[in-house]
Design a protein around this ligand. Structure first.
Ligand code: AMP
Ligand code: TRP
Length: 328
């Protein structure tokens, strides 16, 4: 029997899943998982989240909440190893080895580092800088060949490839270079500032959470920036049309696209229809989420089992790597 290619991805426990996470990553994870072609690992990266400003209680709460939301979105623990990064030893150890072969300049030029440091001026910690070495460790610890992520993470996966190359060059050919897997819509834009990506950290009004109630979605879309409201407007409209293309029926999308070209489009109608379509798409999610919320013990068991499975793979890699670098 040929072995299935390994596929890993990670997500930070920093708040509720939003439609940017969903269209850029999570939907793809569920599809890839259900294709049966891969051995899948999904990692809730709580150690990465410590580079931000969350309190201990927030990190804990958000980690469980994210597990619940991933399960509700279709991650199936029978098919995917779902686990929390800090529950598996090895991630930080391999990251240290990678820190020792990664040139400082490569870390300093990362867009996410520059972006996050400018947004948390009072907390530019060393973890923000070395973040990509930890991410490379998440990937290479599992010898993953494919990495399904949104566009904002492409630079980090490219650095992971370089780290694998530097390691192989110094210690012998060991790591396979992983490749990015993108979706049709790898960068969903913010509703309020459509020149930026939709993000949990830019405030509630800029994103639609998967768990948002229909009225909340209507309200957020009503206030979304479109052409009539300023310079960024046309990017806003393109973003909404992109969402309609992903979530809606083809004929509805084509109708609005035609109206946009003709100049007859009514943005109010587009927003109302889109809100309805998005609410309908996630009605099952909202039900499933409530079920898991009332059975948190089950979620904790799933994470425990996941960590056990991941640990076996991590132990094997780390043992071999320690031998290669001369520590054993
Ligand atoms: P994060 O929530 O930042 O940990 O991101 C989790 C996953 O969602 C990563 O694969 C990101 O690339 C993806 N992602 C986050 N925001 C967006 C967005 N606005 N558009 C597309 N993908 C995104
Ligand atoms: N850095 C990613 C983000 O912010 C999350 C992440 C951590 C990740 N480790 C990973 C993604 C490994 C893919 C593979 O979204």
């Amino acid at each position: 029997m040929t072995k299935k290619p390994i596929l890993i991805s990670g997500i930070q426990p920093t708040g509720n899943l939003h439609i940017g996470n969903y269209l850029g990553a999570v939907k793809n994870w569920v599809d890839l998982q259900n294709s049966g072609k891969y051995r899948m690992f999904i990692c809730i990266v709580d150690l990465h989240a410590l580079t931000g400003n969350q309190s201990a209680e927030e990190v804990k709460k958000n980690t469980l909440n994210l597990a619940i939301e991933l399960l509700a979105a279709g991650i199936d623990p029978k098919k995917t190893t779902l686990f929390v990064q800090s529950h598996v030893t090895g991630h930080t150890e391999l990251a240290w080895l990678f820190n020792c072969i990664t040139p400082l300049g490569e870390l300093e030029r990362m867009t996410q580092f520059k972006d996050k440091s400018s947004r948390q001026m009072k907390n530019i910690n060393a973890g923000l800088l070395t973040y990509p070495a930890l991410m490379a460790s998440d990937i290479l610890l599992y010898q993953s060949q494919r990495i399904p992520v949104g566009e904002d993470q492409v630079q980090h996966v490219e650095l992971t490839r370089s780290i694998a190359r530097w390691f192989n060059g110094r210690y012998g050919d060991y790591f396979t270079l992983p490749e990015v897997v993108l979706t049709n819509i790898p960068r969903v834009k913010s509703l309020q500032e459509p020149d930026k990506k939709m993000s949990k950290s830019h405030g509630e009004k800029n994103y639609i959470a998967l768990c948002d109630d229909p009225e909340v979605i209507q309200n957020k879309l009503k206030k979304a920036v479109t052409a009539s409201e300023g310079g960024m407007g046309s990017q806003g409209v393109q973003n909404l049309l992109g969402l309609l293309k992903e979530f809606g029926e083809k004929d509805v999308y084509e109708m609005y696209l035609k109206q946009e070209k003709d100049g007859t489009i009514q943005y109010g109608n587009l927003k109302k229809d889109l809100a309805q379509i998005i609410s309908d798409t996630f009605s099952d999610f909202r039900v499933e989420r409530k079920k898991y919320l009332s059975n948190q013990r089950r979620v904790l068991t799933i994470l425990k089992e996941g960590a056990k499975g991941a640990q076996k793979v991590a132990d094997k890699t780390l043992k071999e790597v320690y031998r290669l670098v001369g520590l054993r």
